[in-house]
Write a protein that binds this ligand. Structure first.
Ligand code: ZN
Length: 267
């Protein structure tokens, strides 16, 4: 990787290392990430089963943190006791957020009504436990913002992950007190995200791969992995007219603050 050896350190704030794509070479994936300066990775689970898989990875590797939650695709599967289970699992010392949670109106896995009620319940848990949230949004801009705003009493923090909406929407997300995070999607030729990315304030910007999905150019269409974070960071730097050093520093500081990583045990 050409970015190796720059001495810059990054946090991949959203990476699904439990996915089957990593089953055969997880150790090398993590070693390549470290060599590229990505020495901390947050793995958001999508349900309780994937949380167990993510937890096993965190048990074996330092610098790996977890989020626990029910993804909107799986909102229809929840049983009546899932909220107490969520609270139990969130007590794990490496858990830094509730996620990923949110709304997805692109796929028809679960009705908007059920998705919203599962989201409301999980936001309540996050607020009770004083944890930030990792938010998934697909074709649900208005409803997602309306739901999180209902809970925003000044204490709720969170990440609008894989942001792909408009500059106008980004402004409303920022006004509601949330951070905005981009993946390899900002490197795509037709991304239309340049103006959005350029205008996110320094203290609200996060970086993520969303691996194994959303590979940045020139790996588009192939498996993504956390070692590609510097490719995304370079695009941030070009678009925002800031140095790579500055991008590494602000995205790291923002992730540390939002997810309280400096206070985390279990390094
Ligand atoms: Zn995700």
């Amino acid at each position: 990787m050409s970015s190796a050896g720059t001495g810059l350190r990054y946090i991949d704030t959203h990476c699904h290392l439990f996915w089957d794509d990593f089953a055969l070479d997880l150790r090398s994936v993590i070693l390549r990430a470290r060599a590229a300066g990505v020495d901390r990775i947050i793995i958001p689970a999508t349900d309780f089963e994937t949380f167990e898989q993510a937890r096993a990875i965190a048990d074996q590797h330092s610098g790996v943190y977890l989020a626990v939650g029910i993804h909107p695709h799986d909102a229809g599967k929840v049983t009546s006791c899932y909220l107490s289970r969520l609270r139990e699992l969130a007590a794990h010392p490496r858990v830094v957020a509730i996620g990923e949670i949110g709304l997805d109106y692109h796929y028809d896995f679960c009705s908007p009504h059920v998705q919203q009620s599962v989201l409301h319940a999980q936001l309540e848990v996050a607020q009770d436990l004083r944890l930030p949230v990792v938010l998934h949004n697909r074709e649900s801009d208005e409803d997602l913002l309306a739901v999180v705003r209902e809970h925003q009493d000044g204490t709720l923090g969170g990440q609008f992950h894989c942001f792909s909406s408009t500059a106008e929407y980004a402004t409303r997300v920022l006004d509601a007190g949330f951070h905005i995070s981009f993946t390899g999607n900002v490197t795509f030729k037709k991304s239309r995200l340049d103006a959005v990315l350029a205008n996110i304030p320094d203290d609200r910007l996060l970086i993520e791969t969303d691996a194994p999905f959303m590979s940045p150019v020139p790996h588009r269409g192939k498996r993504n992995e956390p070692a590609y974070i510097p490719l995304i960071a370079r695009r941030f730097a070009e678009t925002r007219h800031q140095s790579l050093q500055h991008i590494a520093a602000i995205t790291t500081r923002n992730a540390e603050r939002l997810f309280s990583l400096d206070r985390q045990r279990g390094e």
